[in-house]
Design a protein around this ligand. Structure first.
Ligand SMILES: Cc1ncc(COP(=O)(O)O)c(C=O)c1O
Length: 492
């Protein structure tokens, strides 16, 4: 599909669904092991007719659920995937939304939480809720121990040398801001260069724009190559003695491409530059080893890795964190406070002003235990298989463009696909999928507006998977997507 067609379409057309009757969502809990669950159903083929009002017209469409027969064959053959094994651990997945089995494919935005994490949160609030590092009573001592244990778990999970290299933040966004304001403001001078790609999440672009405005540093952006992946050759050519830091994603939340971080670090260190990796879309899905990557800074968010919202982390090499000034001032981050000045605590406390997200950090620790029990390599291997299945299945949909590089022997894609379908607004697709099929995907610019502008579109639809998804989820999504396309094309 020519991108110009889409641009014109997106600029000229409102989403049809914006003007369409909105159905209130309905929710019904399914027992994960009951026969009403999609996975245990003995039904081989069902057909559900629904009608849908657009303007004054009512249109009919139908859903076929014959895939369940294939499912049962697979299970009888014993081909039970990681998705099938782990689904029972996620209570939220076992419900109907808008009259259909929920198919949750918005994992790049946030992941679902296993019972182990929900229990850890509940246990904290029921058994030892207290402030950390402050009280000498039992509850406070226990909360402090568990909070610091969570830090150790994060450090071990990404193979940091020392748990003091882990700073708990509100999320990845705050962690990037921390580096930009603390390291950036004290290390960047006019004409110094910061290298980023046009595929960065806004949370990696905007803080550096703000810091560049204050310091006079220059932001240089790497564009895409012909395969719609960030142009790594071009990135390499951008390095010079002026380069002070490279700020790049590990895995793109839109293109599903993976950057060669180890090589980028070598090139950066060669000219004395630092590397900050936005690992939001890699840490939840693959083994990430900060020592073998040799990155200087790395950030991730708990809520994308089966942990609670409200907590994320910054990894920073000890010598860098020790030399950095505080980001926020307040309790906990000080050594001594006088009326005219203060001295600061050592990292990580120096960067954790005020009461932290205690229960949430402990919940993140429980998520890490859960992921580690499954094994990150196993998760990654399964997701690579899902990624190919999703990509290839989507290509069967007429007039579709899936963004990012095609998977091949040399190219592994993350298990997500951003796409557009000619002449159908992605918001219409996402709304129809949700309201008529219970399929949750994302539409919009995914906080990557410069990238979408480069691709010639305002928005895209995005289906993103995690290890608790199955090929049947993909089948149901594709079936629902074909139905969606037929529905909107019937107006032409
Ligand atoms: C690649 C990437 N970076 C950064 C973020 C920001 O994460 P948070 O909103 O949790 O700070 C996201 C979230 O969508 C992301 O996908």
């Amino acid at each position: 599909m020519p991108s110009s067609t889409l641009t014109l379409f997106n600029l000229c057309c409102n989403s049809i669904m914006e003007t369409v009757v909105h159905k209130l969502p309905s929710f019904k809990l399914l027992n994960p092991t009951s026969s009403s669950s999609h996975y245990c159903s003995t039904t081989t083929t069902t057909r559900t007719s629904k009608s849908f009002r657009v303007g004054s017209r009512r249109r009919s469409f139908s859903i076929s659920a014959s895939a369940s027969a294939v499912r049962e064959d697979n299970q009888a053959l014993g081909s039970v995937s990681l998705g099938h094994i782990t689904r029972p651990d996620f209570p939220i997945l076992h419900q109907e939304v808008n009259g259909s089995r929920l198919v949750y494919l918005d994992n790049a935005a946030t992941s679902q939480k296993p019972t182990a994490v929900l229990n850890a949160l509940q246990n904290y609030y029921e058994a030892y809720n207290s402030n950390v590092h402050r009280g000498i009573h039992y509850l406070s001592a226990r909360a402090t121990d568990e909070y610091e244990l969570a830090r150790k778990k994060v450090a071990a999970f990404i193979n940091a040398l020392d748990s003091r290299e882990i700073v708990f933040t509100k999320n990845a966004t705050e962690a990037i801001n921390l580096v930009a304001y603390s390291w950036g403001l004290s290390n960047l001078k006019p004409e110094d260069e910061v290298i980023l790609t046009i595929a960065e999440h806004h949370s990696a672009i905007v803080p550096w724009q703000l810091v560049a405005q204050k310091t006079g540093a220059i932001l240089k952006f790497v564009s895409l190559n012909q395969d719609e992946a960030p142009d790594v050759d071009n990135l390499r050519q951008m390095f010079s003695r002026k380069t002070k830091i490279v700020v790049v994603h590990h895995v793109s939340n839109t293109l599903a491409s993976v950057l060669p971080i180890e090589e980028i670090v070598l090139w950066a260190h060669d000219v004395g530059a630092k590397v900050l990796v936005d690992a939001c879309q890699s840490v939840p899905h693959m083994v990430v080893n900060v020592q073998s990557l040799n990155v200087d800074f790395l950030v991730a968010s708990s809520h994308k890795m089966c942990g609670p919202t409200g907590v994320g982390f910054l990894y920073g090499k000890s010598e860098l964190l020790s030399a950095m000034p505080p980001f926020l001032g307040g309790g906990e981050m000080i050594s001594d406070v006088f009326l005219d000045h203060s001295t600061y605590a050592e990292p990580p406390s120096r960067f954790e002003a005020g009461t932290p997200a205690i229960g949430e950090a402990i919940g993140l620790g429980a998520a890490i235990d859960y992921l580690s029990r499954l094994g990150m390599q196993k998760i990654h291997d399964y997701e690579i298989e899902l990624a190919k299945y999703l990509y290839e299945s989507l290509l069967s949909v007429p007039n579709i463009h899936v963004y990012g590089p095609a998977p091949s022997e040399n190219v592994d894609r993350a298990a997500l696909c951003s796409f557009n379908i000619e002449n159908i607004h992605p918001t219409d697709i996402a709304t129809f999928l949700d309201q008529q099929h219970g399929v949750a995907i994302r539409s919009g610019h995914h906080c990557a507006q410069p990238l979408h502008r480069h691709l010639g579109v305002n928005a895209s639809a995005r289906a993103s998977l995690h290890f608790y998804n199955t090929k049947e989820d993909v089948d149901d999504f594709i079936q629902a997507l074909n139905d969606t396309v037929n529905f909107f094309n019937s107006f032409k």
